[in-house]
Design a protein around this ligand. Sequence first.
Ligand code: HEC
Ligand code: HEC
Length: 295
Amino acid sequence: MSDQNPSEGRPVDDFTGIETTGHVWDGIRELDNPLPRWWQWIFWGTVVWSIGYWIVYPAWPLISSHTTGMFGYSSRAEVARDIADAQERQKVHLDKLKDASLEQIRTDAGLREFALAGGRSAFNVNCSQCHGSGAQGFIGYPNLNDDEWIWGGTLDAISHTITHGIRNADSDEAHQSDMPAFGRDELLDKAQIGDVADYVLMISGQSGDGAAAQRGKPLYEENCAACHGDAGEGNAELGAPALNNGIWLYGGDRQAIVDTITNSRAGVMPAWGKILDDVTVKKLAIYVHSLGGGK
Ligand code: HEC
Ligand code: HEC
């Protein structure tokens, strides 16, 4: 078995010659190995270091606040400083954007880059819920990637549309123009609406009832051409979409066309100039113009 250590009276393990703690489990005894010296130094070092840390840095929670430390350090203040720095750096660009015309921004590579990045993020926040995150649009909300513009695709036209919006009461300069509700207001009867719908199918290159389309032609010329154009090419002054290009805001099948003619449509967009600052609207105009079909 084991010898008794004569000096301390604790058993010594025969095999290793090391003192044991006296704890025995199922005949297995625990050696009393002291912790290595290096380990103890590190341990006491961290204890001392942590006390120093408590003194100079915020550390301990109190009931309604916390110890602040001698240095008065705060990670919040650090973030605020970082943000202020970033704003300071952006300010140079923002000031330039404020003064530059849309055309100047478009043609200056650096400014354009900066405006596009800002425009993209402003679009995701303010516009994507209606126009889609890729600006691809939904029924009633136009796709902004194509080169088809209801209200005009020049930088100035896009900027005006964004600033003042469409059929809202927020801006005196909002686009306002309404298509008559030919069915609801009994300007045309059901059969005439069907005929003119077949004519619209025809000019948009779809197949329909040829005889009905022939009957619809004069009705179209009389009731629709003033806004949508003789060939259905549309009119951006009046926000009347082209009907001959296969791009539809409200759907191009016969039923959707009959619904539009019967009840009309009146898409509404807010006046973003009342909601967003001037520079953000400029960035958005540059961004939307860049999406695909800016003219
Ligand atoms: C509440 C929904 C809604 C939001 C949000 C919205 N729009 Fe629109 N937007 C519309 C509708 C509806 C139309 C089409 C109106 C019509 O029928 O002419 C439109 C049309 C447009 C047009 C004209 C497209 C063309 O073909 O001429 C542009 C440009 C446009 N939006 C840009 C934006 C931008 C930029 C934002 C974000 C700042 C935005 N929209 C946010 C609903 C919205
Ligand atoms: C006073 C001008 C005006 C007249 C007249 C008019 N429209 Fe329109 N039409 C519009 C406008 C504006 C819109 C777009 C409404 C919107 O964006 O909400 C439109 C939209 C449409 C659309 C939907 C297009 C799409 O892309 O989904 C169709 C189809 C249409 N009109 C057919 C007709 C036909 C057919 C007639 C004649 C019977 C007619 N319109 C007469 C102004 C007019």
